[in-house]
Design a protein around this ligand. Structure first.
Ligand SMILES: C[S@@+](CC[C@H](N)C(=O)[O-])C[C@H]1O[C@@H](n2cnc3c(N)ncnc32)[C@H](O)[C@@H]1O
Length: 414
């Protein structure tokens, strides 16, 4: 009996090793894994040990998350993040041997990768707000050979002062803000990598200190489960057609739901932008530019039933980037410009009494991005403490949060 089980275990380990090698190759091919140390960590840590509930193929899919906990409505509360997101963030973090690293949001796997990167002279602390996650992360880390990782049950809003300062802080839950504790507990030349939510869009931003505030040295598109606890994301849904079509806004924003509902069912205007993209060209940079340039900005979201109603385009399934002006709004979708569907033109749809003006302004912004920023260095994101006077902050889109003032600006491409 035992021999059969031993053979099964051996086969599973061989399968896992082969899948791990393939995953690493894929992450390298896509440019998500770049540096030798991070590649070695991914090739070493047995990811399956941290997600024993999932089939091996899923565990080693470079683009797949393993959800480990959901709330009563099925919303994901915790997961082992997708390998490509973990690779991208660890590359952003530039972790060196001997460093002290804080991971916010545990799962075990990412902490084990960090433990590989810091080596025996480093120190890894991972914290989670959920006892279920802490318990399993602690157990799996010990079983996989990483008992040195410190796993703590903590609401990360206050950080972990007793083990600070940290050379790197990596946040692995979607953050609406940057609480003072994170900045205070970051070493002077430290790096904070955080999936920061700005006007409904989340980017993993690598931040360093510069002249008394934090400045981005790069950012990447990403998606994360939301932060819970005292820093939980305050989001608002303005329902436009029951729960089937709604506007998702940041906490502090207001909108005239009644007027916008009426606008939704009024005849719309359609504006071709004249700006085309290739089928595989990412346009998350355009979205961030829109969120910077357009005054009132949110996401128009629709369920399949909402899309079936014919009132909104399919782009609303994932959240269409939308500008609001009083009782009017406009959003972006695209239409194929080749039969093979390898190129697309951005289209703008306007609704409401000022539909034409709002849609025209939106088109102008798309053209400005195309002319001045497409393929350029991207945005500069700066984080100032709340209360910093305007006069000490440069030009750009200023987003006021509870603890911080976030400035997004777009240096001209050279
Ligand atoms: C995507 S999971 C973390 C994934 C993990 N880093 C891994 O190894 O893949 C996000 C985690 O953040 C945790 N979390 C959410 N809000 C938190 C808070 N305020 N403090 C600490 N942890 C929090 C959740 O419980 C969840 O387990």
């Amino acid at each position: 009996m035992n021999t059969v089980r031993d053979n099964d275990t051996k086969a599973t380990q061989q399968d896992a090793a082969a899948l791990r090698a393939t995953m690493v190759e894929q992450l390298r091919a896509q440019g998500e894994l770049r540096t030798d140390a991070v590649i070695r960590a991914f090739a070493t840590v047995p990811r399956e040990a941290f997600a024993p509930e999932a089939p091996l193929e899923k565990v080693y899919d470079r683009d797949d998350v393993v959800i480990t906990k959901r709330d009563e409505n099925g919303l994901a509360l915790s997961s082992v993040s997708a390998p490509r997101i973990q690779a991208m963030m660890l590359e952003q973090a530039d972790i060196q041997p001997g460093m002290r690293v804080l991971e916010i949001g545990s799962g075990g796997y990412n902490a084990a990768l960090i433990a590989e990167l810091v080596g025996p002279d480093g120190e890894v602390t991972t914290v989670d707000i959920d006892p279920f996650v802490v318990d399993r992360a602690e157990r799996y880390l010990a079983e996989a050979g990483y008992p040195q990782v410190r796993v703590l049950l903590v609401d990360a809003e206050g950080g972990v002062p007793e083990h600070a300062p940290f050379d790197r802080i990596i946040v692995t839950a979607g953050a609406a803000d940057i609480p003072p504790a994170w900045t205070e507990q970051l070493a002077e030349d430290g790096v904070l990598v955080v999936p920061l939510r700005m006007r409904g869009l989340t980017r993993s931003v690598a931040l360093v200190r510069e002249d008394g505030h934090l400045v981005s040295r790069g950012y990447q598109l990403c998606g994360f489960v939301s932060m819970q606890g005292s820093g939980a994301n305050a989001e608002r849904l303005v329902l436009l057609r029951g729960e089937d079509i709604a506007l998702r806004l940041d906490g502090g924003q207001t909108a005239d739901g009644e007027a916008l509902s009426a606008a939704l069912t009024s005849p719309r205007v359609v504006r071709p932008s004249g700006v085309e993209v290739g089928g595989f060209e990412p346009f998350d940079e355009l979205d961030l530019f829109l969120a910077t340039a357009l005054d009132d900005f949110g996401l128009l979201v629709a369920t399949p039933a909402g899309i079936e109603s014919g009132l909104v385009e399919r782009s609303t399934r994932m959240g269409a980037k939308t500008t609001l002006v009083g009782g009017s709004f406009a959003y972006r979708a695209s239409r194929a410009t080749s039969e093979e569907r390898t190129s697309f033109e951005f289209m703008v749809y306007g609704h409401g009494p000022d539909a034409e003006t709002v849609a025209d302004r939106y088109v102008e912004v798309i053209r400005e991005w195309d002319r001045a920023h497409r393929g350029g260095p991207g945005a500069r994101i700066e984080v100032f403490p709340a209360g910093t006077p305007d006069a000490e902050i440069g030009e750009g889109r200023l987003i006021d949060k509870k603890h911080t003032r976030v400035l997004i600006s777009w240096p001209a491409s050279s």
